[in-house]
Design a binder for this molecule. Structure first.
Ligand code: APR
Ligand code: PHB
Length: 394
């Protein structure tokens, strides 16, 4: 097999990249190790920044999102049994976010790709990425396993969109690499429940017992999270225990109530911050979770992946049109500027709202003071609103 851009991974990064390249008249092949059903059902965050919404629309992938997505003009911060609403458009000159699950973004992009894009192979696992460095004498290639046999994809460029556990990153020599990492001593127990969301916007709650988040997938499906100790087994929590704990952490001084409903899915996510520098080595480019991870508190993961692939597609298009590799050469630096802003924002949101197991009374008070600062200073609140609705692309 031969193509211009070999894309490893059919998560949001790989799928959107294939679409952007197709629209620019550049051919690609996508290799995905899992099957289609798995990719379409994997539960992840579902908040699209304004910039992500604009990119999906411009790529011709926004029709169902515009019909079914929920536009949100704010979030609620909850602490000390008080409620504070952050009004995004008022603070950011009109920006908002869209609640549209990552599963739906992937379904829409897969349908488009299969209908009018280049090859998208499921159950095709990349085994190794070769010949990408400047010193390589032959062209880049991806060795992959498919239908019980080993095959080779030859290409001009390889883009590793294969997530945190992928293989692409390994093709960058260790001596050229720097990794920045932080693990958090807690995770999120997430549930899906067949019950209308108890609030029309997301609620981020800081509580002495730990963080809680109320989110949603649709007007009839709630998505809720509880901070739990690292290593927690989701099955150790009964449905009643989960609802009781959510009620405690969301409790307010007014008459707000959390509606319960049947829990249809339960799982625990670990939390980490991670950045791999550089994001490019010769003809290999990393995009999305393959290069960086944020804790989910700011809902930035998918939006960062979108920024990376938009940057790559623009850079390659520019190279095709002008012959200049200038933007491709700047890829890593361009992406990392935005990545580090999102890392900072996600880390700040995480430490603002979670209770560390070893938190001291001093740190507890500081946390409350940070929240009160946001609730009482337009400057502090604007900083949060700008970060949440998103940093500019490229
Ligand atoms: N060969 C082929 N495919 C692979 C391989 C491999 N060796 N290793 C991993 N993959 C596939 C995974 O099965 C997965 O479908 O790569 C894909 C990576 O997708 P994501 O993990 O969703 O990563 P990315 O596309 O960067 O997602 C960006 O979107 O939904 C959010 O939270 C998610 O932060 C993430 C963001
Ligand atoms: C989600 O809906 O899954 C979600 C929303 C906001 C976050 C994280 C996850 O910050």
């Amino acid at each position: 097999m031969r193509t211009t851009v070999g894309i490893i991974g059919a998560g949001p990064a790989g799928l959107l990249l294939a679409r952007l390249l197709h629209n620019a008249g550049i051919d690609s092949v996508v290799l995905e190790s899992r099957d289609r059903a798995y990719v379409e059902q994997r539960q992840r965050a579902g908040i699209l920044e304004q910039g992500t919404v604009d990119v999906l629309r411009a790529a011709g992938a926004g029709r169902r999102m515009d019909r079914e997505g929920l536009r949100h003009d704010g979030i609620e911060l909850r602490y000390a049994r008080q409620r504070h609403r952050v009004d995004f458009p008022a603070l950011t000159g009109g920006r908002s976010v869209m609640v549209y699950a990552q599963t739906e973004v992937c379904k829409d992009l897969i349908a488009l790709q299969l209908k009018e894009g280049g090859p998208l192979l499921f159950e095709a696992e990349a085994l190794a990425v070769e010949n990408v460095g400047e010193e390589a004498t032959a062209g880049p290639r991806v060795r992959f396993g498919h239908r019980g046999a080993e095959d080779v994809l030859e290409c001009d460029y390889v883009v590793g969109c294969d997530g945190f556990w992928g293989v692409a990153r390994k093709a960058i020599p260790a001596e050229l690499t720097r990794v920045f990492e932080r693990a958090y001593p807690f995770g999120w127990l997430g549930i899906l429940a067949d019950v209308p969301p108890s609030h029309d916007e997301l609620v981020y709650a800081r509580h002495e017992r730990g963080f809680a988040l109320l989110s949603m997938r649709s007007p009839s499906v709630s998505r809720l999270y509880l901070q739990v100790p690292e290593g927690t087994d989701a099955e150790a929590w009964s449905d009643d225990d989960i609802w009781a704990e959510l009620e405690r952490r969301f409790e307010t001084a007014d008459d707000w109530r959390l509606e319960r409903g049947p829990i249809t899915q339960k799982s625990v996510t670990s939390m980490r911050s991670y950045v791999h520098e550089p994001m490019r080595h010769g003809r290999l480019f990393l995009a999305g979770d393959a290069a960086h991870i944020v804790p989910p508190t700011g809902a930035k993961g998918l939006n960062l992946a979108v920024g990376d692939v938009v940057t790559f597609a623009r850079a390659l298009t520019y190279e095709r049109e002008t012959g200049s590799p200038e933007l491709l050469d700047a890829y890593s630096e361009t992406c990392l500027r935005r990545v580090w802003q999102a890392e900072r924002f996600s880390h700040d949101m995480t430490t603002l709202l979670h209770r560390a197991p070893d938190a001291t009374p001093f740190e507890d008070r500081l946390q409350l003071a940070r929240l009160e600062r946001i609730a009482s200073s337009r400057a502090a609140e604007t900083d949060l609103a700008e970060g949440y609705t998103g940093f500019p692309f490229g």
